[in-house]
Write a protein of this length. Structure first.
Length: 551
């Protein structure tokens, strides 16, 4: 190869593109093609600039290109190294629930580890660039073949996923007839659906957190809200729970076999969360759909909404960009560029309380990743830490077990919810319909039987302001799949009879491999829980193994 070549070898752009394509292939359907293409272009451009920077000190153009391949490998390999380091240090059991491992005890430890990794990467690249063995022609050929094979494999995976997604996505026609056509409006009531992620039911708080939430519940009731004492979610994962609630249907029936137990594709579910049957129904009745952008995947954006409200702007608002950044060396520096979770949540509460009056009734959706960890606030609302969208789950999955911090953040959420309810009820015009629910309960797992874990997980929070509705419209033991069925049927005469209450557990590694947990069985578990006795007998319906999670 000509030592004075002005173009890098062909294997360089292929190796630069491969990690990005690999991440896209490993997360089928969760990134738009244009976004993947843009990130690939950025990676190739960065690799080319690095090649140009190394070229003056390199033994040859090929040597500089191989050195950049080393840089690319270490740049994207840092995420795996950081995860391994976290797991290794955590296994030493040097910390506690509040500071899960030693890295959290040493201020800026992850920053210094990343700097050290970057220095090692640069030194390695310089040594490789100046070496003579990198000039062998057969080496370039071997690298070219390897890069081409890797890119071809990932491109095939992405193409296959896109094809499967395209075949699965046409659910629009199936869902068009999911609600009945009626003309009567619901008195012009604005409808607010507020989701509090991982908010525990009162009996769970009392038994497992030694916390009496009665004062908050009484404040809600004094304002006319009905609190369901035994409400329940139908799924253990946020995205499954939301898609079921917002489409008023169970996942298997909603997607009719399009998502098999081996599937990992969340794109069809994310799309159905954003373009959901509740919003479709209400839009036909003249409602404006307002979406407050959250700090979590499926609800971070909604292109189907008539109006989106964002708390902050950042390149990391894009989920695929975040996934690439988290997997790379950039993961150590997101607090400089990302959306700050604490300020984003505060901004969303302000926006929710201050949405101005409109000539059209509105369906407003707001999903708060609170009181779910990371624990950003103390009980008085003081900000405890700066976490961002890209590293919000960095502080270990075991933080569900940090019950003191969970309880404190929940008390802060209580205060913000009371403020929000007061603001919504004070707005002029017809009284609003307010639905406040959690997608699931906490993820306590340590020392729990499978039954105990899922009894807590499926025990969600539910409170409802339903002006003019009978007191029995929302039963105290209802499940989330039926809440909007009851509301739309009452206020709009929709023909949506309640479905049987069913609950489906599945591991995070195979979210569509459902195992049903009978409702009656969970009710018995809650009865035992309320009697201060832990259910410890084995679940005889082959319930999945308890899995600690950040979702």
């Amino acid at each position: 190869m000509n030592a004075q070549s002005k173009l890098p070898p062909a294997f360089l752009p292929l190796f630069a593109a491969y990690p990005v394509l690999f991440i896209a292939g490993a997360n089928p359907g969760q990134a738009q093609f244009t976004t993947v293409l843009a990130v690939v272009f950025a990676a190739v451009a960065a690799a080319t600039f690095a090649w140009l920077a190394l070229r003056p000190i390199a033994a040859s153009a090929q040597s500089a290109a191989i050195a950049v391949v080393v840089l690319v490998a270490m740049f994207f390999g840092y995420g795996y190294f950081a995860n391994w380091l976290d797991a290794f240090v955590g296994s030493l059991l040097l910390g506690d629930f509040e500071t899960p491992n030693l890295l959290d005890l040493v201020p800026q430890s992850r920053f210094y580890v990343a700097i050290a990794w970057g220095v090692v990467a640069l030194i390695s690249a310089v040594l490789v660039a100046r070496s003579r063995w990198t000039q062998k022609p057969e080496l370039a050929k071997a690298l070219g073949i390897a890069a081409a094979v890797l890119v071809a494999i990932t491109a095939f995976q992405i193409g296959s996923a896109q094809f499967r997604s395209a075949m699965a996505h046409p659910i629009q026609a199936d869902r068009e007839g999911a609600t009945s056509e009626v003309e009567r409006a619901a008195g012009g009531h604005d409808i607010y659906f507020i989701v509090l992620d991982g908010y525990a039911r009162q009996d769970v708080l009392d038994k497992y957190y030694s916390f009496d939430n009665g004062d908050f519940l009484r404040q809600l009731q004094a304002r006319g809200l009905q609190v369901s004492t035994q409400s329940s979610s139908n799924y253990a994962w946020t995205f499954l729970s939301l898609v079921s609630t917002l489409n008023m249907q169970y996942v298997a029936e909603l997607f009719q076999g399009r998502l098999g137990p081996e599937s990992l594709d969340r794109s069809i579910v994310y799309n159905a969360i954003r373009d959901n049957d509740v919003a479709r129904f209400l839009r036909k009745k003249g409602y404006e759909i307002v979406h407050l952008r959250s700090t979590w995947g499926a609800t971070s954006v909604n292109p189907y909404a008539d109006r989106e409200i964002r708390c902050e702007s950042s390149v990391y608002n894009n989920e695929f960009v975040r996934a690439v950044a988290e997997s790379s060396w950039l993961g150590a520096f997101h607090t400089k560029a990302g959306v700050d979770l604490a300020h984003c949540n505060l901004a969303n509460f302000r926006e929710l309380q201050s949405i101005p009056p409109s000539d059209k009734p509105r369906f407003v959706f707001a999903h708060f990743v609170l009181p779910h960890h990371p624990y950003l606030f103390d009980k008085d609302g003081r900000i405890l830490r700066n976490a961002v969208v890209s590293n919000q789950f960095e502080f270990q999955k075991q933080l569900w077990e940090d019950r003191d911090s969970y309880r404190d953040q929940l008390q802060f959420v209580n205060r913000k919810i009371i403020e929000t309810v007061d603001a919504l009820l004070a707005k002029p015009g017809p009284r609003p319909i307010i639905v406040i629910e959690s997608d699931h309960g906490p993820g306590l797992a340590r020392g729990m039987s499978e039954v105990g874990h899922y009894a807590i997980r499926f025990a969600n929070f539910g409170a409802y302001y339903l002006p003019g509705a009978p007191v029995d419209l929302m039963p105290s033991s209802g499940s989330a799949v039926n809440q909007f069925r009851r509301i739309l049927s009452h206020y709009f005469d929709a023909d949506l009879p309640p479905l049987p209450d069913r609950h489906f557990a599945s591991p995070n590694s195979a979210p569509y491999a459902f195992r049903e947990m009978p409702h009656d069985f969970l009710v018995k578990s809650w009865t035992r829980m309320n009697a201060e006795r832990q259910a410890d007998e084995p679940f005889n319906a082959a319930a999945p193994q308890v899995e600690s999670t950040d979702d």
